[in-house]
Design a protein around this ligand. Structure first.
Ligand SMILES: Nc1nc2c(c(=O)[nH]1)N[C@H]1C(S)=C(S)[C@@H](COP(=O)(O)O)O[C@H]1N2
Ligand SMILES: [Mo]
Length: 214
């Protein structure tokens, strides 16, 4: 018990020295579960993933089709607005950039924002240029295994910090929707669930943009 508290403090100090602990955050060693509402069930025969809005062609993937998309693995540090951070988490999934590069997704030049749509109506928004970064994944796997149901199985958006990649914008973790079912491309920004509730729209972890007003 005491051992683990000392270890946590030591690991936290290591991350702080490395410049990987954003202001006001503390390190956690477990993987907390945080969401609003129940965990949805998954039916692979009816599940689909849709892309619509400011795209040349709307897309629809079955679960089988989604699993044939090009995949990457990325190690990221995740930062929740409720102040826990977890480091060196290995995620696997699909980047929007790879879909664009392979010509599978054609985004209209008028698109400036995206809105993630999840089960039970959870939504969250991102600027298009952030959604195209290497640290935003449509993730199916964590730590080499399919996601646990409470962490978003079968598919979630996930966004975190990639160590050393100071060029990337890193928003808080609520900007990744668990149980993701679709992406809407938009000309004008549209607030998501927590953004509507008063959380900061940009949500940059390094600027500690937690709430819309102080
Ligand atoms: N569908 C859905 N996704 C969600 C949420 C939610 O309430 N519903 N909460 C967000 C918040 S606030 C956080 S911190 C992360 C938590 O992910 P985890 O439970 O895998 O740690 O999920 C995000 N995605
Ligand atoms: Mo969160």
């Amino acid at each position: 018990m005491l051992d683990s508290i000392f270890r946590r403090k030591k690991d936290e100090q290591t991350m702080r020295s490395a410049g990987r602990l954003p202001p006001g955050q503390s390190l956690t060693q477990r993987f907390p579960v945080l969401h609003y509402g129940p965990v949805p069930s998954f039916n692979p025969t009816t599940w689909d993933f849709k892309v619509w809005g400011e795209v040349e062609q709307p897309l629809r993937f079955s679960w089988t089709e989604f699993n044939q998309l090009p995949r990457v693995q990325v190690k990221m540090d995740l930062h929740c607005v409720t102040r826990w951070s977890q480091f060196d988490m290995l995620w696997e999934g699909v980047t929007l950039r790879s879909l664009v590069e392979r010509g599978l997704l054609k985004i209209k030049p008028t698109a400036r924002h995206i809105l993630q749509h999840a089960e039970y109506g959870y939504t969250t928004n991102l600027p298009l240029e952030v959604a195209l970064q290497d640290n935003f994944l449509l993730a199916t796997h964590y730590d080499g295994k399919p996601l646990d149901p409470e962490h978003g199985y079968p598919l979630r958006g996930v966004i975190g910090a990639i160590p050393e990649r100071d060029d990337l914008v890193t928003p808080y973790l609520w900007k990744g929707a668990k149980w993701l079912r679709g992406l809407e491309f938009l000309t004008d920004d549209k607030l998501g669930f927590w953004e509507e509730a008063g959380y900061h729209n940009k949500a940059d972890v390094w600027k500690e943009e937690r709430y819309a007003r102080g």
